[in-house]
Design a protein. Structure first.
Length: 234
């Protein structure tokens, strides 16, 4: 395990079943974010004292600005968002190695939102926008061997629960998870007593069976309309 991974080992307590351990991890996340915000305020103070120069001409103020920026980065990067954003930016920096290295943290971010949505909502700076970017990255680059099963579990949870913001992106992710396990899951969900569950699973089945079709709100509405017509004709 790398040093960077060691530094972030604590973030996995954010989904620990023990509420005390989760609370401690949430407290640490919030404390680090507070330190990051304090460092931003420090930068703003230096900027004001420097006459609003982006790069202070005074050497002492420039050195202080550098210290404030370093403090802000060190605090922010130490939170869960550090490795999650590294995962999302792997396309531009780090490539496949960074994708594999940081994928477990991206999955953790999604697991936290799935299992403890209230805690996630109040402590996960970035929220829905970060969830969107994480899913987009997995849709583009696919799962790693270590995250395949976890992503399938997350997709399954999205099928059965009440819809949440950005859940529609799991339909596109289904193509990256296609295989016997996914198809078994979709077949089972299409037999569920809940009509919305059946519809979500049916649409995902259509998505994986039509690999070149766009996965958009419009394609969902078209599929839904066609499915409704077929259902009425039976």
């Amino acid at each position: 395990m790398s040093a960077g991974t060691d530094k972030h080992r604590w973030v996995f307590d954010l989904i620990h079943p023990d509420s005390a351990r989760r609370a401690a991890a949430i407290g640490r996340q919030r404390d680090l974010m507070s330190k990051s915000q304090e460092a931003i305020q420090w930068q703003n103070d230096v900027w004001q004292r420097a006459g609003r120069e982006l790069m202070p001409s005074d050497p002492a103020l420039q050195a202080e600005m550098d210290q404030a920026r370093a403090a802000q980065w060190a605090a922010w990067e130490s939170t869960l968002l550090g490795p999650v954003y590294a995962f999302c930016s792997a396309r531009w920096s780090g490539g496949p190695e960074a994708h594999s290295r940081y994928a477990p943290y991206a999955v953790l971010f999604l697991q936290w939102e799935t299992r403890y949505p209230d805690e996630w909502h109040h402590a996960a700076i970035g929220g829905w926008g970060t969830k969107k970017e994480v899913l987009r990255r997995f849709i583009a680059a696919g799962p790693t061997p270590d995250t395949q099963a976890d992503l399938l579990e997350l997709l399954t949870a999205a099928i059965y629960r009440e819809h949440r913001c950005e859940d529609s992106r799991y339909a596109a992710l289904a193509r990256q998870l296609d295989g016997p396990s996914l198809r078994c899951c979709l077949a089972s969900a299409q037999q569920d007593h809940d009509g919305l569950v059946r519809l979500r699973a049916g649409y995902m089945q259509w998505v994986v069976d039509n690999a070149t079709a766009p996965v958009t709100a419009a394609s969902w509405r078209r599929w839904l309309a066609g499915n409704s017509v077929a259902s009425r004709s039976r």
